[in-house]
Write a protein that binds this ligand. Sequence first.
Ligand code: NIG
Ligand code: FE
Length: 424
Amino acid sequence: MKIITNISLLVGLNTQGLLLRRGKQMQDIERIEDAYLVIDDQGKIESWGKMQELDLTHYADNKTLDIIQLEEGQVVMPGFVDSHTHLVFPAWREGEYVMKIKGMSYEEIARQGGGILNTARRMQQANEEELYVAAAERLKEVISLGTTAIEIKSGYGLSTESELKMLRVVRRLKETFPITIKATFLGAHAIPMEYKQEPDRYVDLVINDMLPRVAGERLAEYVDVFCDRGFFTQQQTERILEAAARYGLKPKIHANELGLTGGIQAGVKYKAVSVDHLEHVGDEEIDLLLNSQTMPTLLPATSFFLNLPFAPARRMIDAGLPVAMASDFNPGSSPSGNMKFVMSLGTLKYKMLPEEAFNAVTINTAYALEISDAEGSIAKGHWANLIITRPVPSFEFLSYLFAHDLVDKVFVKGKEWEGKAGKF
Ligand code: NIG
Ligand code: FE
């Protein structure tokens, strides 16, 4: 058993069993000052309270008791949940980064066979071992930055064998890391060059060849499609989601990054757990989302990195919607999995209040991975997935200091995380 004592601010509590926070509720955070927190031997949250109520004699018989006493100013909060990443990839794309600086757009690069297709070519040659080693380094790094649950997509394979290879790497990460990892099959991420004239034939391959294999080996929990201009149409997306539903794969899709392209319509129709990106959202889309269980998920680091418009987060929250924010970690459009930076971007670029941004990267992303009954907030019986910050003067500093590393320690399922990332 562990007791963290002298916590200046314990924040992100969830005493009402909420699974998400929407609209005005996004401004609510439950917090107590000068607190303690008890973690049981299973690594779950047992109890908490004000320091003055802590009676250590109560725990006197406990042989394994470990007391972690904090310094003045240290905050304890839930670990970040990153509900959208492409963390398994064979190589970075710094060349395209320079092309973008010189004026080319993400879409132009993609049309010329760069972008996702560039990574997919490298993926054909990569072996599972090297992919695993590189992804494991990235995962160690993001855990050190405070991420304690994550989703990882395939989508750089674009052939049956390579998609399966990526998903087996994700399976191995699940087996070797203590954090919760959810796998998403993104066979329809881009149309390979050889299918450019007949994209529907590629959709057939995804449906008839890839999906049965992915489902047969139980390699994914979710299905994703990049439903956007120059990628997959709403109709093609719906065909894939329809087929995936027969295998019990729920959608979490890329929608409306480049235009109003019907992705939200397709996602809501097939009961998507989340629709992600949403740089382009109209009134019709907001109404659809209001009448759904789907979590709108925004990826502000992608807008920042690609100079895309920022999603209308304020309009969405003011309309009563919940909003989640994830990193989109990938080599092309968001080469970072730093969720603290994502939280800061939410305040700076979406004009979310610090409380709203905090909820968007914890409880609401946990909902977008269907784990908010066990992670993403501090509640009795939830995993003790926690960040202990360096001393800060107030809650606002967590997002205000947009580029500082505020993490002192990370706890995953009650154990201090000691992994350090090495090379890029
Ligand atoms: O979410 N938009 C589609 N897919 C990724 C980008 C992947 C890449 O460029 O490698 C995204 O931004
Ligand atoms: Fe993405």
